[in-house]
Design a protein around this ligand. Structure first.
Ligand SMILES: Cc1ncc(COP(=O)(O)O)c(C=O)c1O
Length: 386
């Protein structure tokens, strides 16, 4: 049986062109960029060049890029790193973030509240999963230390109005961070256009390697390093550089930016075919997230009175790798926070499904999926009712 991968929002395969540029840094070009000798210089040149590539895509200065170990670390560094100095400098205690954030942001905010005395303000989502500029306007004040709102939602694909939110933050003199880990693959990440002070990216969402990310830090933004030690990354993140992964990250981001339009043109019609057919053929179904303001490769649904985890197992047995928004704690499945935040009751929220497409997705894959999905949803409904 063929296996068909439809979970590109979870991770993407490494682009072979990216692997090619990484390989020498695992073997003969193995130096430590911090070393003085020419092995070190060679590795340092590779990191410098990667930083310039990333800065070109982000439209910023190379020394505003901090390489990290993943998107989660970038989010942690943004929130923790900015919240502490801002509190020290201005006394600001409030962290404003949304109910739709990835745990890399929401758990970090919760910890800052529980252990470090910050106060977290949670922005509600509208029924499309969007954080509206008005909702930010309603709670923001100069005593906010940082606002963090994701660019695009991983579970439901909704794209937030980042520019407008950034403007509001700056009118109040508050820092703005955006988690662009899902957005990096398909949306422009020009930090001047977006107006962000901090922006997180993760390499494995756009055909780069896992275990490497970056944080954009606007010049002049005070940042407390979370990893202390050597002075790498302008003193903002200690640790010997992971040279091959940094090189791979930059090449993958460069290709994503360069090929953005073609990649979107490839996936979007297939995504629309999925959404149209599922809504037409499967009763008691809604699309989760926004219909227009959504990532071009992202289709997500809630099926009433279905079990999302069971559906994933049935899909897997039929050869399809998809994902769901419900975190199954043994014997006690719960809908994800995002499903609750968009107002879905558990009878809807538990039956969520995320189908995300990518470079390897073929029209025939979607035909096969759509041929079998209605009957699998029906089975997952019958099994939980029986
Ligand atoms: C929106 C978002 N933020 C952060 C992360 C974490 O990224 P990483 O897996 O690189 O730590 C993910 C990963 O799924 C994500 O989707």
């Amino acid at each position: 049986m063929d296996k068909i991968y439809l979970d590109y929002a979870a991770t993407t395969p490494l682009d072979s062109r990216v692997l090619d540029v990484m390989l020498p840094y695992f073997s003969n070009k193995f130096g430590n960029p911090s070393s003085v000798h020419r092995y070190g210089q060679q590795a340092e040149a590779a990191v410098d060049s990667a930083r310039e590539t990333v800065a070109t895509v982000l439209n910023c200065h190379p020394d505003e890029i901090v390489f990290t170990s993943c998107g989660s670390e970038s989010d942690n560094l943004a929130l923790r790193g900015a919240a502490f100095p801002r509190r020290e400098n201005t006394g600001a205690m409030r962290i404003i973030t949304s109910k739709g954030e990835h745990h890399a942001v929401s758990k970090t905010a919760e910890q800052l509240e529980k252990y470090y005395g910050f106060k977290v303000e949670w922005l509600q989502l509208d029924s499309f999963g969007m954080v509206t500029p008005e909702s930010v306007e309603n709670v923001i004040a100069a005593d906010a230390s940082i606002v963090s709102v994701m660019y695009a939602n991983n579970e439901i694909g909704t794209i937030n109005p980042i520019q407008k939110i950034a403007e509001i933050c700056h009118q109040h003199g508050v820092l703005f961070h955006s988690d662009a880990v899902q957005a990096g693959a398909y949306l422009p990440v020009d930090v001047q256009e977006l107006g962000v002070d901090l922006l997180s990216l993760g390499g494995h969402k756009f055909y780069g390697p896992k275990g490497v990310g970056a944080l954009y830090v606007r010049k002049g933004t005070p940042l407390l390093p979370m990893l202390t030690g050597g002075g790498q990354e302008f003193g903002q993140r200690a640790g010997t550089h992971n040279v091959p992964y940094i090189v791979g990250f930059a090449e993958a981001l460069r290709l994503a930016a360069h090929e953005r339009n073609e990649r979107a043109i490839h996936v979007k019609p297939l995504r629309d075919q999925i959404i149209g057919t599922v809504l037409e053929q499967i009763p008691d179904t809604i699309v989760t997230g926004h219909l227009e303001r959504r990532l071009p490769q992202h289709a997500s649904f809630a099926f009433k009175n279905a079990d999302g985890n069971l559906l994933l197992t049935l899909l897997d047995a039929a050869g399809f790798a998809c994902s769901s928004g419900s975190a199954c704690k043994t014997g006690n499945p719960e809908p994800s926070e995002v499903m609750a935040a968009i107002g879905l009751s558990p009878d809807w929220g538990l039956g969520s499904l995320r189908i995300t497409l990518g470079e390897g997705t073929l029209p025939s894959h979607i035909e096969k999926l759509l041929n079998i999905l209605p009957q699998l949803v029906q089975q997952s409904r019958e099994l939980i009712q029986g």
